[in-house]
Design a binder for this molecule. Structure first.
Ligand code: AMP
Length: 218
């Protein structure tokens, strides 16, 4: 019987660059599960689970949740049946220690593709400061670049849109600072393995997606 080689797509890039929107498009086109560690944590906070209660204040301050907690959460998720053919990681790994744990957990036969999304700081700040998130379903809009049909109402589920606490200006700066500290070793790690492709997010969502597809198909 022919076995299918799993495809693991890892999306790196600063908060607000547009990773989440790209992940959704890749998920729709390739039918691979989209695993966003931020989304999983926010869902846990909303449901007031022990994980949510444990991590809420850390996330609201813009700091990183411990590697131990995140690794456990991700390893559990990727061991589920729907991940057998591969998956898209959005927001993980974020530290070199996480990358090492992930590497050990992956099927040695898997094809790994890592995309490093980048944009100028001013683009990031503009994108993140206008970002509106649905409290209920997590759908993301932007006040000017991708506005909802009705002001502050989710197109998807009609619940109210809000700004994430950690999208407020001073918390965003903290998140960018932490990102800058952690990203270089991660980039080096994947670059040395020949797995990394950098893609600019300065263009439209579709332009960026086209670039990513060229790489993913290569
Ligand atoms: P995101 O939606 O990816 O920007 O994640 C929101 C927040 O969740 C981050 O600022 C962190 O507090 C936490 N988080 C998400 N992914 C990770 C990770 N891989 N490692 C540590 N903390 C994470």
């Amino acid at each position: 019987m022919k076995t299918i080689q799993p495809l693991i797509i890892i999306l790196l890039g600063p908060p607000g660059v547009g990773k989440g929107s790209q992940a959704v498009k890749i998920h729709k086109s390739r039918h691979l599960p989209h695993i966003s560690t931020g989304d999983i944590l926010r869902a846990n906070i909303k449901e007031k689970t022990p994980l949510g209660l444990q991590t809420q204040s850390i996330i609201e301050k813009g700091e990183l949740v411990s590697d131990e907690i995140i690794n456990k959460m991700v390893l559990e998720r990727i061991s589920e049946q729907d991940c057998k053919k591969g998956f898209i990681l959005d927001g993980y790994p974020r530290t070199l220690a996480q990358a090492h744990v992930l590497e050990k957990a992956l099927d040695p036969q898997a094809m790994i593709k890592v995309i490093m999304y980048s944009a100028k700081n001013e683009t990031i700040v503009k994108r993140i400061s206008g970002r509106l998130t649905c409290k209920h379903c997590g759908q993301v809009f932007h006040s000017t670049l991708n506005p909802p049909k009705k002001l502050n109402i989710c197109d998807n589920c009609s619940h109210e849109l809000m700004q994430r606490k950690d999208d407020q200006a001073e918390i965003v700066l903290e998140r960018l600072k932490i990102y800058q500290k952690e990203i270089d070793p991660l980039v080096q790690f994947y670059h040395q393995k020949g797995l990394l492709q950098s893609i600019s997010c300065e263009g439209s969502i579709d332009e960026t997606f086209t670039q990513a597809n060229l790489y993913l198909n290569s």
